[in-house]
Ligand binder design. Structure first.
Ligand code: BES
Ligand code: ZN
Length: 808
């Protein structure tokens, strides 16, 4: 699909070229007229006049909101964070589980860029620590621009009272710019807002929101409603007006009012009573107290609900004169708001790590400062599954420095959670599909824990640098797994990762080769487009290659240095390369190849398309052995796993029998096969290496291993993929049940893709489609299952089906 934003950029480029073309034409015409001696003053005037008219029209075009839209989008955000930045957020949230909305008061503490607030940025080229800032056209310096999407803004206050605001540019993906006039450069602003409620969301079926509101039937225990957020990559703006860009970091405090029968977590430490440091906090000179005094003493223009919007209610939560919080007849009240809890995040985080979940969950302690939260019916199982978490925290800290976030907890969410895990600080959100009873999928927790360093401490500066978050994390995850479960186990996981990378690489080389680079160009696109195995696995293999070139000891020294240097800040690809090169320059002794060769190959890994190939240095004098190697040599580290050898052998056997049109029932090695020692990974490797099989062989495998009914989602996923490949329709009802039960995008999207693959050609008419059993299964199942999926999952599958067109 030709993307709207791309189209806008394209049109703007076109306008620019038309302008250049017209002026060139003018000059040529003048010269031509001179040549034929017919140049008169009138002629020149006429041509120049023509150019001005064209230029004027182009200018009018460019001012058109349709064309203007893309210009202010830098790094997937409308916010003017180069001019003003929040460094602290005080948040009060009322959670209305009944009408499914959040009412919020967000108080931002701001720092203005002294240099920028004085200059007219529309004319300036500005140098900041992050380099030259360009494209600031239209940004004036006395505005605060935040990102919003689907939010209802009620009122906004500055230090001197009500502030004017308006919506600025908007796009379908990026939402709406909230432009707040701040003529006196307020250092504190207060925004009263709410998210769309149930009805408003229903009216916008394609709306992608961070928050999913679940009915009791969609939870494990089926007794209470549940809600959770998923802010990464750019969905924080759907529940909090914010500068939704990873380069901006802030600390936060929050007060949450919620139904008493439920529980709450946020990506911050939780306090049942208002902690003493929070009571002190508003009294800091020049901050909150001052702000409130000013508000009380001045007779400001009154907001629609002056008491509920008064900041004093926030500073004193037990204030009995706050009718909004205790009067249940107030429509903006939560359903049963008789519980209030406090959160404090003392370390700066970016907006995509803002998180909240409300539901009926309890906790079990796994170690010092380490809890698991889950619904009561799942809690014991979850605690058993995640028992190694404290060991993981110790191992990770021993590798790359002290754990910074005070507590590490995990919340097990209902199965509609669209991801495997999300590294929200203090509390990782996790899918229940990793609870298998044998602790075989806990590497996911090692992954989310590793993000406490790579991602949460040192954050990708832009989504184009996403591999810095995920590649580092997969590498780090593998080191944790190696420390706890041994080298063989970690290598087995790496081999499985390589298999996934090979598949992704083959697909992307066909459809979007530029997206096989580590450093991406996602400008104007949804950053979710970068969420592929390239960032994760190509990133990991690059870092593994670095380790092999530099030597583990030195490499770990570099990583420790890197995490320390960028802690609570950001990093980008270029600064990483610079620092790595500098480190190697200073530590050349241990380097396996010479420095210039190393640097060239680093560039190949990062900016090259596909799998990286060895780059040769043409310096004549190089005495490095590797320079003599064939130019086609892959840079991919070679790894093998003896662990998986048996699974590969059995897969080969089944494939062989099947190819010879035989049936496994007649093969003694298959009949007597003992898989008692097989873990989830053996089965995954086995299933992934099978060809499409005959009905009889599929039946044999299903009878022997009970794949169709397995409770292990990873195995179920690979089995159902094989079923679709082999058209083993006996398993389709179980496949449909799986799709209705689980909403994790990594599972459901590829299954819908495989089911519709044979029919996914443009302009197919519906009748033909419904005569295809796989398409029909996908269609019928999605019609039922869609409402249960998180909007992130819905959005991906809608795009696959072009849902809009085939429901009409
Ligand atoms: N932070 C990611 C999830 C994410 C990335 C959500 C980008 C939205 C946008 C998380 O750490 C992650 O990578 N989860 C993986 C699990 C992991 C073991 C590979 C997942 O959800 O599958
Ligand atoms: Zn991750």
């Amino acid at each position: 699909m030709f993307h709207k934003v791309n189209a806008i950029i394209f049109i703007n480029c076109k306008l620019f070229f038309i302008s250049i073309f017209m002026w060139l034409l003018c000059v040529i015409m003048i010269f031509a007229s001179m040549k034929i001696n017919k140049l008169s003053f009138f002629n020149v005037q006429f041509f120049v006049f023509l150019c001005f008219i064209t230029e004027f029209h182009l200018h009018v075009f460019a001012q058109n909101p349709l064309f203007a839209k893309s210009r202010n989008i830098q790094n997937h955000s409308f916010s003017n964070y180069h001019i003003v930045r929040p460094y602290k957020l005080d948040l009060e949230l009322d959670i209305n589980m009944q009408d499914e909305y959040i009412h919020g008061i967000a108080i931002y503490h701001l720092k203005w860029n002294r240099d920028l607030k004085k200059v007219d940025v529309s004319k300036a080229t500005i140098r900041t620590s992050n380099g030259v800032v360009s494209g600031l056209v239209n940004q004036t310096n006395d505005k605060i621009i935040l990102d919003t999407k689907g939010l209802i803004i009620e009122s906004i206050y500055g230090m001197n009272g009500v502030l004017d605001w308006k919506y600025g540019d908007s796009t379908e993906i990026f939402g709406k710019a909230l432009e707040i006039a701040s003529p006196s450069f307020d250092t504190i602003i207060q925004i009263h807002y709410r998210t769309w409620n149930k009805m408003e969301t229903k009216r916008n079926p394609n709306f992608i929101s961070a928050i999913q509101w679940l009915k009791p039937s969609q939870t494990h225990d089926k007794k209470n409603p549940f809600m959770f957020s998923q802010s990464q990559a750019i969905l924080a703006r759907t529940w909090l007006p914010c500068m939704d860009v990873p380069a901006v970091k802030f600390t936060y405090n929050a007060i949450v009012n919620y139904p008493s029968e439920l529980n709450v977590v946020m990506s911050a430490q939780k306090f049942a009573d208002m902690p003493s440091f929070l009571k002190l906090y508003p009294n800091k000179p020049g901050e909150f107290r001052y702000f409130i005094k000013r508000k009380l003493s001045s007779n400001l223009s009154k907001p629609s609900n002056p008491i509920s919007t008064h900041p004093s209610n926030l500073s004193n939560p037990s204030n009995p004169s706050n009718p909004e919080l205790i009067n249940p007849s107030n429509p903006s009240n939560p359903s049963n708001p008789n519980k209030r809890i406090y959160f404090h995040q003392s370390l700066p985080i970016t907006s995509y790590l803002m998180a909240i979940a409300v539901g009926d969950f309890q906790s079990i302690k796994l170690g010092d400062n380490c809890l698991v939260y889950a619904e009561p019916g799942l809690l014991e199982k979850a605690a058993y599954e995640f028992a190694d978490l404290p060991k993981m925290i110790d191992s990770a800290s021993a590798l790359y420095g002290k754990y910074a976030w005070k507590e590490y907890n995990v919340l097990v969410l209902p199965p509609s959670f669209p991801f495997g895990g999300m590294e929200n600080p203090v509390v990782t959100f996790a899918t229940p599909t990793i609870i298998t009873g044998d602790r075989s999928l806990v590497s996911l927790l090692a992954h989310e824990l590793a993000h406490s360093w790579s991602g949460n401490l040192v954050t990708n500066e832009t989504w184009n640098d996403f591999w810095l978050n995920e590649g580092f994390t997969v590498y780090f995850e593998s080191r944790i797994m190696e420390k706890i479960y041994g080298k063989d186990y970690a290598e087995m996981l790496t081999v499985l990762g390589l298999g996934e990378l090979k598949k992704t690489m083959a697909d992307l080389m066909q459809t979007a080769p530029a997206d096989t680079r580590l450093k991406l160009n996602l400008n104007g696109r949804n950053p979710d487009d970068g969420l592929t195995d390239i960032a994760y696995e190509k990133g990991r293999f690059f870092l593994l290659w670095c380790e092999q070139q530099i030597g583990r000891k030195q490499w770990d020294k570099f990583l420790n240095q890197y995490f320390k240097k960028h802690a609570f800040s950001t990093s980008n690809t270029e600064s990483f390369v610079k620092e790595l090169t500098q480190f190697c320059l200073e530590n050349q002794k241990g380097l396996k190849i010479n420095l210039s060769e190393f640097s060239m190959n680093v560039k190949q890994w990062i900016y090259g398309i596909g799998f990286p190939k060895m780059q040769l240095v043409n310096n004549g004098g190089s005495n490095s052995n590797s320079s003599l190697l064939n130019n086609d040599k892959s840079l991919m580290p070679i790894i093998r796993s003896t662990y998986l050898d048996q699974a590969q052998k059995i897969a080969n056997l089944v494939n062989g029998v099947n190819k010879d049109r035989g049936v496994c029932t007649g093969v003694p090695d298959m009949m007597n096969l003992d898989t008692k020692n097989w873990t989830t990974h053996h089965f995954l490797y086995f299933l992934r290496n099978l060809d499409s099989l005959s009905f009889a062989n599929m039946q044999f495998l299903d009878a022997k291993f009970g794949f169709s009914k397995t409770e292990n989602s990873e195995i179920a996923f690979d089995w159902f993929q094989l079923c679709i490949k082999s058209r083993y329709s006996v398993a389709y009802p179980d496949l449909a049940n799986f799709l209705k039960k689980v909403g994790r995008r990594k599972f459901v999207l590829p299954l819908y893709e495989s089911l519709t693959l044979r029919c996914r050609v443009k302009d197919q008419n519906k009748d033909n489609l419904s005569s295809n059993p796989e398409w029909k299964l996908a269609f019928d199942t999605y019609e039922i299952a869609r409402v249960g999926y998180h909007s992130v999952t819905q959005n991906s599958i809608d795009a696959l089906f072009q849902f809009d067109s085939w429901t009409k």
